[in-house]
Unconditional design. Sequence first.
Length: 469
Amino acid sequence: MTCLAARDATMYWLSARTRNDLFLLYCFADAGRDAGELRAAVANRVVRIPDLLIHVLDTPANIAYPIWATCEFANDQFVDHHRADATWANVTAAVGDLLGMGLNANDRPWRLHVFRNVRDAPGFATGEPAVVAVLQLSHALADGRRAAAIARALFGDGEFPVPADRARSRSLLDGRLPRRAGDVAMSALAATIALPVMPINMVRTIFRGLAAARAGRRLAELTAAGELPPPAPDTEPTILNGTGAPPAAHIVRMLVCDKNRLRAPDHSVTVVALTAVSIALERYLRERGAAVADLRAQVPMAIATAVGARNGYRDLSVDLAVAEPLPRTRADRVAADLAARRTRAAHPLQDAQDSVAAVLPAPLLHRDVTHAPIDVLPERISGHTVVSSVDRGPADLEFGGGAVRFTAGFPALGTVMHLTHGVHGLGDKLTLSIHADPAVIPDIDHYAVLLESALDQVASALRDTDAAD
């Protein structure tokens, strides 16, 4: 029996309050396979991917953390979105609609949406059809890295690397009871085990809390001594952050290009993308008459996952350096701040606070998650947008006999974040995705034009080291 780690349970409980599923888009050449053949191919692959053969079980009164229990692939996890007018524009609109739909991880924590015979996909020849597959995953099941590994197992020819002790979470009861009865028995057993352990975990929480306080003081000492970068300052919201209401709808755009377009000497693709977002946002806000004194982006940074955990990342608040007018110098400042944020976030003392949450009794964490004021726009925030960057590996995937062309992803929106960006590489292709709430960003196509122009400006400035900015 495997319980959800505290971080994963937080993601699961949050999904009842906000849309936080992961959506991974892969675009393949269409080899002409029908929906039945594609569904069969998925079913054959899933049996070798343990992460796609589990679901979540709640425990009575949330006395214990939810449980991962095994299940079989269900036909409705493959959704064929057949339409006669399957153009890239129509599929893009449909993907936006999907982003507003959440999974019920109690039933199944993933689903595959498939669009066949798609015309006018980026990078395809005139008349050449595409298959667009969108893998939707509960955030409790995976973070960005793990999600990419799951997709690679689904569309590749390798095995999903999962330790044996995590491969199946209900081995003692598998085959001995009907699934529903087995689920009830597991849920009751988890609660029974958790009750006597709860006082022990309360004591552990107190001791780890004291250790976290000591770690906090030590971090402050290191910062004061100049041995560690200071914490990122918070900032005021802008019109990009809305008014505290949830997203009214979801719209997406994707800029697909060669990776070389974003490659520059001495700077990563992430820094080039952040700098382009900085310039595009600055211009967009000025056009709308908004003040642009400060802009910050939340950038997820992968960290080592704890034993049994599926989510391992920290959000960094990165200065987009809008006060610097020169693209090359702005990129240098963005890179320096990103490096400073990473250095501070990676310090071992930062793990102390995570260790407190890891032993917090389930009822207390559940109460905190379900009562957190996520529907209020704070006076101070850590970022105005999100920029999530993930390299999903070589372009050696296929689906239904068609080779993969590119991938994309769409960081979630919320009551504070109404505009997010994904930077996703696959092989020699890179996609910069825009995910927006039209109530806050009513002219996404114009913003996409600004962003594409900024990309070219930044890349050119960084490559041409002899020319003036």
